[in-house]
Write a protein that binds this ligand. Structure first.
Ligand code: AMP
Length: 212
């Protein structure tokens, strides 16, 4: 099963992608996580991606498509995967379709996480991320047990540069301009399901499992 989780930054698609992927025994492929890991490791891809990410801009299509093309060749992707944060532009979606078609596969469904920009700004600007294991927290709705420290690994919690308010507003603009056309792309193929992402995470998860 190949699923795409589509939605603006902060819509909760990353958290839900991890949960659903685990339940279905599929790998969750987050291009954002891959770039952050590449930046930490200081690889050439990380160096290319960093400047775009820090500004809230998209990494160029050819870089992202190359990263995903390599990743989905891994044996753990043989029976499917959950894509989180990819595709983000029409050319990326078309490249994905081409890649899949050439190996006799196709996308089963795209799930849209629907939520207002005002809610996203509040969510993202309060978000804190573990610098070691990438676990997510929120300064008011999902506090760690100990201030500034990750419950899971003891790492330091930080605010990602791209979760700062100016960058968030830029990311939302980029989402509406470049990513939201994908809604029509998957709708016209009869593959789109929409989830109300403003609800509590447990409700979002149960709606999601029903939709899948
Ligand atoms: P995310 O963690 O999914 O919000 O991604 C963080 C940042 O990584 C984005 O703001 C982009 O700069 C970059 N990025 C992640 N996925 C993509 C993609 N599919 N296309 C272009 N840039 C991406």
């Amino acid at each position: 099963m190949i699923l795409i989780f589509l939605g603006p930054p902060g819509s909760g698609k990353g958290t839900q992608a991890k949960r659903v992927a685990q339940k279905r025994g599929l790998p969750q492929l987050s291009t954002g996580d891959m770039f952050r890991a590449a930046i930490t490791a200081g690889t050439p891809i990380g160096l290319k991606a960093k400047g775009f990410m820090d500004q809230g801009a998209l990494v160029p299509d050819e870089v992202v498509v190359g990263v995903i093309a390599d990743r989905i060749k891994n044996p753990d992707c043989a029976s499917g995967f959950v894509l989180d944060g990819f595709p983000r532009t029409i050319p990326q979606a078309e490249s994905l379709d081409k890649m899949l078609t050439s190996s006799g596969k196709s996308v089963q469904g795209a799930i849209l996480f629907d939520i207002a920009d005002s809610e996203l700004e509040a969510r993202l600007s309060g978000r804190r991320t573990c610098s070691k294991c990438s676990a997510m927290y929120h300064i008011s709705s999902m506090k760690p047990k100990k201030d500034g420290i990750c419950d899971q690994c003891g790492g330091t919690l930080i605010q990602r540069d791209d979760d700062k308010i100016e960058v968030i507003q830029k990311r939302l603009k980029v989402y509406h301009a470049q990513t939201s056309p994908l809604v029509e792309y998957y709708k016209s193929q009869g593959k789109l399901k929409t989830i109300n992402a403003a609800l509590a995470p447990e409700k979002v998860e149960s709606d999601l499992l029903k939709a899948i």
